[in-house]
Design a protein around this ligand. Structure first.
Ligand code: 13P
Ligand code: SF4
Length: 329
């Protein structure tokens, strides 16, 4: 697509915001897509919900709302748009559909999955329930609708501890993230039965790396996502959901920070925190990176990648997400 003067002028305010993290030559490729997508969104009364791990051209260029997975689920239930385009991964689009079943929910790449979500099936949950009768099931939102339909209450990394405590029991089945389960166990007295799922992105960080970064950057604040291995979280100054990490930087304005998470997070918020220096050893999520501007445009133009689920699954799975939303952060 051609980068005309008209497009340059129309998209310049966005570019000025993100120029620190994007060379001009790259912008000339993105800008025509951004211009066209934003026009099409209005014509179709569509909204783009983007996860915090989306690249800066999506996060700052076309997203109407960017957030962590908890806020994306809540926003999906509130929007008045006719179409919800999820710039994120498949479980996020499914969750949006659960929260707004009457809306058309579309995902630009149906192969944008998640190692946690694919680690467990509805059948696995049924077998666990048979093995531990009467023990409530808490599932991470990073699961399929089929798993959510077998779940008592969902959680995200923003409220996992609060949700488990809210049940007032001494034992829960907590699925499927083994590290998040260990984190919850460390913050409560509840016995946790976990599953061996991991996030392929956060599992790559190790404790030695954290110590080395701290040694080479005196005074640095190191903030981690709870999907990291427990020793990484222990060696960090703070652990929280992606939005929790963003708010930590906004509120504390550390001189130097390292976000122990997916790469795009630092790029996205660096532009909003000019006084903070970001040290950026990070890992890329291959699933989140499947979402690109050309795919968003194609998805919106042709309304492809629609999330379709049977009514029974929607009804059952929605209960567990609504319970989570009611408990909140
Ligand atoms: P958040 O809920 O913290 O946004 O995390 C979602 C996710 O997939 C992190 O890897
Ligand atoms: Fe799943 Fe990890 Fe990617 Fe998040 S970062 S979508 S948990 S694989």
């Amino acid at each position: 697509m051609e980068f005309t003067q008209e497009i340059k002028k129309a998209t310049d305010p966005i570019y000025r915001k993100i120029s620190k993290v994007m060379p001009e030559i790259e912008w000339s490729v993105h800008a025509p897509y951004i211009h066209k997508i934003n026009k099409l969104k209005k014509e179709k009364n569509a909204v783009i919900l983007a996860h915090n791990y989306q690249t800066p051209e999506i996060y700052h260029g076309v997203a109407d709302f960017s957030a962590d997975s908890l806020a994306l689920a809540v926003e999906a239930s509130k929007t008045s748009a006719d179409i919800i385009l999820m710039a994120g991964v498949h479980f996020m689009a499914e969750t949006a559909k659960l929260m707004s079943p009457e809306k058309k929910v579309i995902l630009p790449d149906m192969d944008a999955g998640c190692s946690l979500s694919s680690s467990i099936t509805g059948k696995d949950v049924r077998l666990l329930k048979e093995k531990y009768p009467g023990v409530p099931v808490v599932s991470y939102v990073n699961t399929s609708a089929e798993v959510k339909a077998e779940t008592d209450v969902c959680c995200t990394s923003a409220n996992a501890v609060k949700i488990v405590k809210s049940l007032g029991v001494n034992k829960v089945i907590f699925l499927p993230d083994d590290y998040l389960a260990k984190y919850v166990a460390s913050q409560t007295d509840v016995e946790i039965i976990s599953w061996k799922g991991i996030c392929i992105v956060h599992d790559q960080f190790n404790e030695q790396e954290i110590h080395d970064i701290r040694k080479n950057n005196p005074g640095i604040k190191i903030i981690a996502h709870p999907e990291c291995p427990p020793d990484v979280i222990k060696a960090s100054d703070f652990a929280g959901s992606t939005s929790g990490m963003i708010n930590y930087v906004k509120d504390n304005q550390p001189k130097k920070v390292m976000m122990v998470t997916e790469c795009s997070m630092s790029d996205n918020i660096e532009v909003e925190n000019p006084n903070v220096e970001f040290i950026k050893p990070c890992n890329m999520c291959p699933h989140m990176k499947k979402i690109t501007l050309p795919k968003i445009l194609d998805c919106l133009e042709n309304e492809t990648g629609e999330i379709i689920m049977d009514e029974e699954t929607i009804e059952k799975a929605r209960i567990s997400v609504e319970k989570m939303a009611a408990i909140g952060r």
